[in-house]
Write a protein that binds this ligand. Structure first.
Ligand SMILES: Nc1ncnc2c1ncn2[C@@H]1O[C@H](COP(=O)(O)OP(=O)(O)OP(=O)(O)O)[C@@H](O)[C@H]1O
Ligand SMILES: [Mg+2]
Length: 496
């Protein structure tokens, strides 16, 4: 058994992320670790796997008190973490990155090591392109690499920090099967997630964190989504009654016969025609390689097309992000940490880089200060649960995943764009933040803007969107709107 008790951690910026948190991980159990954005989940997990050292509190592993000097030390004690986008070395064959550091010393041969990785894949039913270059792996495959790596290093305790957020429904199902297998083998699993119903369906026990404290721990069967949400947020959720009907029916985005071929890295678009009307929220969904990503990049100006035409606000697009922004487009890319933000810069700098293109020759300090203050204020209203003010001068890295996501979203909302394109906007958000997001998006549509959401999270997509386009094999195969009957069933059917 692994026990964390009375863990405290204050970061150098004075934020007390953990304030007496505790967690007991039994062998052969899946233990859900829940809490709102910024509650301290990742911090607690990082203490457990040796990334961070606690200021106070103890870690006991199998009856022995431990203090990990680092990540490698925790792995030696059998504890490792799988993150959403595991960072793995690029430019090596996949089998090699699975086995880094677990080769047989001077008896090492590539053949033997590859064979060991292969036998793990066979034993656990993993399908990985073992000889392919590691840089081409998808998020789900990277997570599998991380699991194999931990298995090869003899780990028996696994932390999964919000991994399902980036997986398709099918990949989630496979992951949950794996968690079940690990559990059967006597492993301890800590599962951090914001998807409460899905988590409750696999977890044996649940621990809830709030503002750095463990406030409850109980059997998963003794709970349900409603009581859990109340525990997490300390108040009842007000999610109902937010949906507004689409306003004026005028097209803001027109895509005609869009074809993109000949790109090695992205799936082709074969013939896409679609419209998004002002005052509405539209969705695009599809399984991996259906072309959704290709479409998203083309619409936002990051990819040129072979034939077809795109109009935004009556302006013809030319495959340049500036033209897209200039015509009134805003974009939240899925890769928040590298495309949306420079993680080592402060939030302030991140805002300034963003606005700089509008004011190319000089920056008006007063304008900037006001603008930053407004965005920070809106962002903090969402973080308000914390009741502590954070400074825009802090580096992006020092905020939690959900906090950053809300920040970038506020930045894009501040553009007052005619069309807001969002990629996987629900990733990493707790239920309350999701509800707030929906409110903000409805505010956009009430004021004549339109929203286009690319997401695989169909449970959130369906109630949000007036219309959902399903892509398959580079074509729109289905257009599901409010009047369609069982939308989830139709959507899933149209996707595969
Ligand atoms: N490196 C850091 N430096 C300073 N503050 C930090 C750092 N990492 C996290 N924090 C702060 O500590 C608090 C807890 O963050 P943590 O990442 O543990 O939250 P979380 O529960 O994982 O949230 P989320 O659901 O958004 O991922 C937050 O207020 C966050 O801003
Ligand atoms: Mg986190």
């Amino acid at each position: 058994m692994i026990a964390l008790d009375g863990i405290e951690k204050t970061f150098s910026n004075g934020v007390k992320a953990l304030d007496g948190a505790s967690l007991e991980l039994q062998k052969g159990e899946i233990h859900a670790v829940l809490g709102e954005n910024g509650a301290g989940k990742s911090t607690l997990m990082h203490v457990l796997v040796g990334f961070l050292r606690a200021d106070r509190g103890i870690i006991v592993v199998d009856g022995r008190e431990r203090c990990f000097s680092g990540y490698a030390d925790a792995i030696r004690a059998g504890i490792g973490i799988v993150r959403q986008h595991p960072s793995i070395a690029d430019g090596f064959p996949t089998w090699a990155v699975c086995a880094f550091g677990a080769e047989d010393g001077f008896l090492f041969t590539p053949e033997k090591t590859r064979a060991r990785v292969e036998s793990i894949c066979e034993a656990w039913g993993f399908h990985l392109p073992l000889d392919r270059d590691s840089s081409s792996l998808t998020a789900s495959q990277r997570q599998t690499v991380a699991v194999i790596y931990l298995l090869l290093h003899g780990c028996s305790a696994f932390v999964f920090d919000e991994v399902t957020a980036v997986l398709s429904p099918y990949e989630i199902e496979r992951l949950f099967t794996l968690l079940g297998q690990l559990k059967q083998n006597g492993a301890s699993i800590a599962l951090v997630s914001h998807k409460l119903d899905e988590t409750l369906s696999v977890a044996d026990r649940v621990t809830v964190l709030r503002r750095g404290k463990t406030i409850a721990s109980f059997g998963a069967r003794e709970s349900n989504v409603k009581t859990l949400s109340e525990l997490m947020f300390g108040e009842k959720l007000k999610v109902e009654g937010w949906k507004v009907k689409a306003g004026e029916r005028e097209k803001i985005l027109c895509v005609r016969n869009l074809v993109i071929t000949g790109n090695d890295e992205l799936p082709f678009l074969r013939d896409v025609t679609m419209n998004v009307t002002r005052g509405s929220i539209a969705g695009v969904s599809g399984v991996r390689d259906s072309g959704t990503e290709t479409l998203e990049l083309a619409l936002t100006g990051f990819l040129k097309w072979n034939s077809g035409i795109i109009y935004l606000n009556g302006v013809e697009m030319d495959g340049n992000p500036r033209t897209f922004r200039g015509a009134g487009g805003a974009y939240l890319a899925a890769d928040r940490m590298s495309i949306c933000l420079a993680p080592n810069l402060s939030l302030w700098d991140n805002l300034v880089i963003h606005t700089h293109r509008k004011n190319r020759f000089f920056l008006d300090k007063n304008f900037l200060n006001d603008w930053v203050a407004t965005i920070m204020e809106n962002t903090e209203t969402q973080w308000g649960k914390e009741k502590e003010r954070r400074s825009a001068k802090e580096t992006a890295r020092s905020f939690s995943g959900g906090q950053l996501q809300q920040f970038v979203l506020e930045r894009e909302l501040a553009e007052n764009a005619g069309l807001l394109v969002l990629s996987e906007p629900f990733w990493g958000l707790d239920t309350q933040a999701c509800a707030y997001l929906i409110q903000r998006l409805n505010f956009v549509t009430r004021h004549g803007g339109a929203v286009l959401v690319f997401s695989t999270d169909i449970d959130n997509l369906i109630p949000l969107c007036d219309e959902i386009f399903v892509l398959r094999d580079g074509r729109i195969t289905k257009n599901i709107n409010n009047s369609t009957g069982n939308r989830k069933q139709q959507l899933t059917k149209a996707m595969v």
